[in-house]
Structures are given as C-alpha cells and as structure tokens.
Design a protein around this ligand. Structure first.
Ligand code: PPE
Length: 304
C-alpha cells in the first residue's frame, strides 16, 4: 500500500522533515530485524482527534522491547506526548501511527547490546487495510502453508520487525492464490491468526478466539472486541481450535488496528456467508466507540 506523505517525522526527540527521516545502510535492524514497533490509529471524534488506546499500544511496545533486551530511551508517557504533538504538527485528524524502536548504526554481528537504540514515530493517513469493500462485504481467506512462528523460536507476543518475515510469506502466498488474507496455523496445527490480524469465529451464538498459547499477538483490537462483546452480553471464550472449526463457523472476522473489524465470508473456498449479525453488531459498537460517541469507553481515547 502506498504511503501518503506528510510533513514531519519524530526521530530521537526531534521533528525532522519527512524526506530527511533516513537511516544508515548499516543500521543493525535493517540486517537482522532487531526492531520493535506498533501500529496505532487516531480517529476524528466529536470532541477532536483522539488516539485509540495509545498508552496500551506503547506499553506493548515496551513489552516487545523487554523480550529483546532493548532499553527504550523514552518512557511511555514521553512517547505518548511525542505522538500527540506529531499529529498536531502534521495537522491530521484521523491517521495511522507507527512508532518504531530499533538497533541503529554502529555495530555489526548478532550480539546487539552495543548498538544504539533509536526511536522514531511516523504518522500518515491510512485507509481500510483490507479494503472498504472488505469491511462491508467480507473477505476471502486461505489457510497458509506457512506455520505461525512459535514462542520458542520467535515469541509471537513481541511485535518485532524481523518476525514479520513470517507474515510476509503467508500474505504473498494468499495474494498469489487470489485470496485477500492468510490464516496461519501454529506449530501444533491449531488455528492461530491472520498475517496482521487476530481471528474470531462465532458458533451457536458464542464468540471464540485462539488463546495466546496458539502463537497469537495479544492484539489491542482483540482485547477491545472481547470487552465490548462481553458488555453487549455475548459469551466470549479464548479457546484453541482446529481448521474444521473455521469451516463450521456461523461467522468469522479478523481484528487489528490497521484492519479494524473485517468479516470473513469464505475460508478455503468454503462459504461462511455474508457478514453475520454478531460481526455487524461488533463493528457498529467499535466505530461508535472510536468516534467518541459512547461515554462508557472514553478512557480508551487519548485526545491530541
Ligand atoms: N496479529 C498480528 C500478527 C498483527 O500484526 C496485528 C497488528 C494484530 C494481530 C492485531 O493487533 P492490534 O493491532 O493490536 O489489534 N498488525 C499491525 C500491523 C499491520 C501492518 O501491515 O503493518 C496493525 O494492524 O497495525
């Protein structure tokens, strides 16, 4: 997806011009994938622009960094403030936000502790990740022949740059096979998640999503959906399941910051059907909340 250029990028505490936001070719993270990042969205609300669950995202970045012994030179509060300032400076209302902390220039080799840790934040307008049409009508997914990375090789709980090579393999395979998105199984063969989204299925009115034991990222949208579904009165369960449970689903959908909530209408050529009532209801609740139209969830909005 092409990036829509804006004015400034935040790099190590300074606002730099978009075209000047560069790194050295010998940046450690470029060679070894030794970076951690986040994907966050800001929405235009009735009370101004607000970042959705900004602090929760930045805390997850801190947890990702912890796994890789990466000491972030800024606190969560400092990064939150920098994010808000950056959105103001670029005069954006709704946008996507990409903070990244990475091992920088100065050391080569696999022991990374002497390389500097650089931090940057970029913001830009980013539309529907799996298409507007996908949000409305649902997408087609295919179980990937690539297995999801497992906790004892690359911890899926970390949102680390290098780990995404796994998602890229799955995504390319899905697109080249004329599907919209991949569903990865974990190393045990249990259903895990999409290339960049968590996965939910509905059967007999109960909502299921794979547990963290099935190599999933602890998605913020996953957590949001579980909470709002429970508040609406649905039963939600974290439970690991196999591929036939996907085929038997009454409804299925992906969740993610970039994707938001995207219905799945077909898996491996087996129809799931038009987006169902529970998926619709959750989409509706989600957009109401991110747009600040529900007081109950005001704590999730961090105003710019
Ligand atoms: N699983 C994976 C592997 C993943 O990358 C994401 C987010 C999620 C689940 C959902 O997490 P959350 O956003 O907290 O609900 N993927 C991000 C990056 C996508 C990209 O292509 O880059 C995102 O949605 O921002």
């Amino acid at each position: 997806m092409p990036i829509q250029k804006v004015d400034k990028i935040w790099m190590n505490g300074r606002l730099v011009d978009w075209d000047e936001a560069k790194v050295h070719i010998l940046t450690h993270a470029l060679h070894y994938g030794s970076g951690v990042f986040e994907g966050i969205r800001a929405y235009k609300t009735i009370k101004g622009t607000a970042v959705f669950r900004l602090t929760d995202h930045l805390k997850r970045m801190e947890r990702s960094a912890k796994i890789y012994f990466m000491e972030l030179p800024y606190t969560v509060a400092e990064l939150a403030e920098a994010t808000k300032e950056l959105i103001r400076v670029n005069k954006l209302d709704g946008c996507y936000i990409r903070p990244i902390a990475y091992r920088g220039y100065g050391e080569m080799g696999l022991y990374p502790m002497n390389a500097p840790v650089d931090v940057a934040i970029a913001v830009w307008p980013w539309g529907a990740y799996l298409g507007e049409e996908g949000i409305k009508k649902g997408i087609r997914a295919k179980i990937s022949s690539f297995r999801r990375i497992e906790p004892n090789s690359l911890p899926p709980a970390a949102k680390a740059t290098g780990q995404y090579i796994n998602s890229i393999l799955a995504k390319m395979e899905a697109i080249f096979s004329d599907y919209d998105e991949a569903i990865l199984l974990d190393s045990k063969g249990m259903v895990s998640e999409g290339s960049g989204e968590n996965l939910f299925v509905v059967r007999d009115g109960i909502i299921y999503t794979p547990s963290t034991g099935a190599s999933v990222l602890e998605g913020i949208t996953r957590d949001t959906v579980m909470k709002i579904a429970a508040d609406v009165g649905y039963k939600v369960m974290e439970k690991d399941f196999v591929r036939s449970d996907l085929y038997f689903a009454d409804e299925a959908f992906f969740t993610g910051t970039a994707a938001e909530i995207v219905p799945i209408r077909e898996i491996d050529n087996r129809p799931i059907g038009e987006p169902g009532p529970i998926t619709r209801k959750l989409q509706d609740r989600f957009y109401t909340i991110v747009r600040g139209e529900d007081e109950k969830y005001r704590d999730w909005l961090e105003f710019v």
